[in-house]
Design a protein around this ligand. Structure first.
Ligand code: GLA
Length: 514
């Protein structure tokens, strides 16, 4: 479903702890998701596949956030990170969610700030029922508006909402209420629905969420199973027509780099997830990766296919026994992605005819191999490839021999925090730098018009980097804490498809007069 992007934007100017609850329950079900979030599949990391529950705590999340940056993953677009069902909060006697300080001593807001300052976005986890899946944390049932308000106060940007302990609940009404509650809480948050395919969310969830699990869990904590992961990919493949910008089929977090998989299996799974425009949420231990795992997870040519602005999910166009050809994934520059996947116990020599992938057989096409990073051609009629056991050939075919990488946005921070020295009039400033790791030059990001009177944001450009300078004037401001969420949009990139909106928090503290 295509949605209109508007630059009309939301600013929430909030004195500390003052999130607005205006007309929460009245909010209309009719709005679409014009929030501009995840217009390409979300990329990030979640702990569940590797760690399960017990090892999750503040130190692990911070170490992983550090590793995500250090390994180069941040540089190619991985952004969302945070605890899964990590025993992060409980409900207190006032029925409010409170951080489990034993495990997360900085508090869930403190961890969010740590993550935002690294140029990452903050992901949390909850459940639509009475309790989370292992009954270790409260679910949102009956407290949807209160809990979403708390998630907003913690400055969460992405919430995975599980479907355990939901006996008797109507799935569409429940997830709609949660979306309404988030909207009322006034913070843009990516909604990741996790009903494992229950209720066929692909048919209705695009108006209340940004991605939905299509299958059961890909693995138990700590060990990946090749057959299970492949089965999940094939189940998800069938649903290709339901995915698109801002609304994605989610075949679960990646198992790349976990125990139980060979290098070729890792490469195959990563390629399948890229072809299916699936969320790239790594699930391995980022602190301890082999060179091969890093090379696979950071292959920007494969990631460029996943992050293509057209947001089309590829699918199987031909199957010969245990060899499948995946195509149906046109890319923004007029090229097409093609994947040959060999599940045989012996290597396969495969001929791809251009007619297999919907191209005129007389066309002379260049072929780029996205794993060997070599271009050949032009080829007419088709091309032959050799594919190893449990391996892939991931290709891009194009009328030109240029293979530009789709825009990939990386910010140096999502948090501006400024403090005046006293209540005398002052001007303060801090920058956010947004880099584009893709090939094309991006027009200037446009900042929303409605900013609070104390904040001005200007944008300047230097090569593939754009700097958003946040200037604050404290003139006329009383002692207090001020907060705004700034939105910037890039609606006319070379791909013609609006990019995901960039949001970040600005905090200002004006202390007592000296
Ligand atoms: C469900 C989800 C998993 C994980 C666990 C946590 O099984 O599908 O991804 O979040 O719950 O208990």
């Amino acid at each position: 479903m295509e949605r209109t992007m508007t630059i009309i934007v939301l600013v929430w100017l909030i004195a500390v702890c003052g999130f607005s609850t205006t007309s929460a329950e009245e909010s209309s079900k009719a709005y679409g998701l014009d929030d501009g979030l995840v217009r390409t599949p979300p990329m990030g990391w979640y702990p569940w596949n590797q760690f399960g529950q017990e090892p999750q705590n503040e130190q692990l999340i911070k170490e992983i956030a550090d590793a995500l940056v250090k390994s180069g993953m941040h540089d190619v677009g991985y952004t969302f990170v945070g605890p899964d069902e990590g025993i992060c909060f409980s409900r207190d006697s006032n029925n409010e969610l409170v951080t489990n300080q034993k495990r997360y001593p900085s508090g869930l807001r403190g961890i969010g700030d740590y993550i935002h300052k690294k140029g990452l976005k903050y992901a949390l986890y909850t459940d639509a029922g009475t309790l989370t899946c292992s009954n270790a944390m409260p679910g949102t049932k009956g407290y949807e508006f209160e809990d979403m308000k708390q998630f907003a106060k913690w400055r969460c940007d992405y919430v995975k909402i599980d479907w355990c302990n939901t006996d008797g609940q109507d799935i569409i009404k429940t997830y709609t209420k949660l979306h309404d509650a988030q909207h009322a809480a006034g913070r843009p948050i990516v909604h990741s629905l996790c009903s494992w395919g229950v209720g066929e969310p692909w048919k209705w969830a695009a108006s209340v969420g940004h991605l939905w699990r299509t299958t059961g869990d890909i693995c138990g904590p700590g060990k990946a199973e090749w057959e299970d992961a492949v089965t999940i990919a094939f189940e998800n493949e069938k649903l290709y027509k339901w995915a698109g910008p801002g609304h994605w089929n989610d075949p679960d977090m990646l198992v790349v780099g976990m125990d139980g998989l060979s290098e070729s299996q890792n490469r195959s799974l990563f390629s399948l997830w890229c072809m299916m425009a699936s969320p790239l949420i790594a699930g391995n231990d980022l602190r301890n990766m082999s060179a091969s795992t890093i090379q696979i997870l950071t292959n920007i040519e494969a990631i460029g296919v996943n992050q293509d602005p057209l947001g089309i999910q590829g699918h199987i166009v031909r199957s010969d026994g245990n060899v499948s050809i995946w195509a149906g994934k046109p890319l923004y520059d007029g090229s097409q992605a093609v994947l040959v996947f060999n599940q045989q116990s012996s290597p396969a020599d495969v001929r791809i005819e251009w007619s297999d992938i919907g191209i005129d057989k007389k066309d002379a096409l260049y072929v780029r191999n996205l794993w060997t990073h070599k271009t050949s051609g032009p080829h007419t009629d088709g091309i032959s490839v050799s594919v190893g056991v449990n391996d892939v050939a991931m290709l891009r075919v194009s009328k030109t021999n240029k293979f530009p990488i789709a825009p990939i946005i990386v910010a140096d921070s999502y948090f501006v925090s400024l403090r005046a020295s006293d209540t005398t009039d002052q001007s303060l400033s801090a920058t956010i730098t947004i880099s584009n790791k893709g090939s094309d030059d991006l027009p200037l990001w446009k900042v929303q018009k409605e900013l609070p009177s104390w904040l001005t944001v200007t944008v300047s450009k230097n090569g593939n980097k754009q700097t958003l300078t946040n200037t604050i004037s404290t003139s006329g401001l009383k002692k207090g804490l001020y907060h705004a969420i700034v939105r910037a949009d890039n609606t006319e990139p070379v791909s013609g498809k609006p990019m995901s909106a960039v949001y970040y928090d600005v905090d200002l503290e004006v202390p007592e007069t000296k």
